[in-house]
Design a protein around this ligand. Sequence first.
Ligand SMILES: NC(=O)c1ccc[n+]([C@@H]2O[C@H](COP(=O)([O-])OP(=O)(O)OC[C@H]3O[C@@H](n4cnc5c(N)ncnc54)[C@H](OP(=O)(O)O)[C@@H]3O)[C@@H](O)[C@H]2O)c1
Length: 260
Amino acid sequence: MNKVALVTGASSGIGRELLDRFAADRIDIVITARDEAALGKAAEELTAKYGIAVTVIPADLSKPGEAHRLYGEIEKRGIAIEYLVNNAGFGNYGVFHESPAQKMDDMVQVNVATLVTLTRLFLPGMVARKSGRILQLASVAAFQPGPLMAVYYATKAFVLSFSEAVAEELTGTGVTMTCLCPGPVHTNFAARADFNHSRIFQKSHVATAPEVADYGYRALMDGTVLAVHGFNNKLLATIGRFIPRRLIVKVVRWMQEKRG
Ligand SMILES: NC(=O)c1ccc[n+]([C@@H]2O[C@H](COP(=O)([O-])OP(=O)(O)OC[C@H]3O[C@@H](n4cnc5c(N)ncnc54)[C@H](OP(=O)(O)O)[C@@H]3O)[C@@H](O)[C@H]2O)c1
């Protein structure tokens, strides 16, 4: 029997790319996101190309309770999740006090609360089976505060701290947790966050989703705890530790500002 992966945010971008990596290794997949049409298309393509089983469970992960419903739906089908990928996430550009309050709450729910809940729900089964791997999507944003995207950066800092701590707790259990930190990536993310015209996206090297998916998938399968994608991003994550925080916030603000 094939092993099974659960991938959130599977309708586009990095999540959609990761599906092909699992499928190529003959791993069945449970996919979730809000866009049912995109999920259906992905399921059709994967089944036709790789002959694996794909289960589609649409969910709006900004709604408290959806993580529990998703878990229940998977349990009901008798599926044991061997690989959990908490990839769903989004950002929002603008000063915090003018940002839509509901959107800020939703971001914390999707990027942080749902990720914690799904991890808490699926991890005990993995530990009991002494087998399982979890991939948490953070970002290089996790390594410093991010003016003009304050909540987004803070959610990713949470994911990094949480993942490194739990990964340590899991030592010797047979289960691993990997925290993937990409820099800017060409996906729907920047347009959705109204962030395309920032210096970060205009001036830095922007990776492709397949590159990041390849790197993240390898890190997951190797059980690497911290996986920062790309040389520049590794450098950024490292030198940031030696620069005063009050200087870093100013540099990050400049990078975040829109050009022109
Ligand atoms: N692109 C970058 O520059 C970059 C850099 C570092 C880290 N990341 C992280 O990488 C992850 C994937 O993003 P991406 O770049 O691939 O962007 P993307 O193409 O916009 O994909 C985001 C995914 O998250 C899902 N999602 C968003 N809100 C959701 C909700 N309320 N309920 C359920 N699913 C939801 C989306 O599906 P639906 O809209 O169909 O619900 C979509 O499948 C995110 O966690 C992001 O923070 C991205």
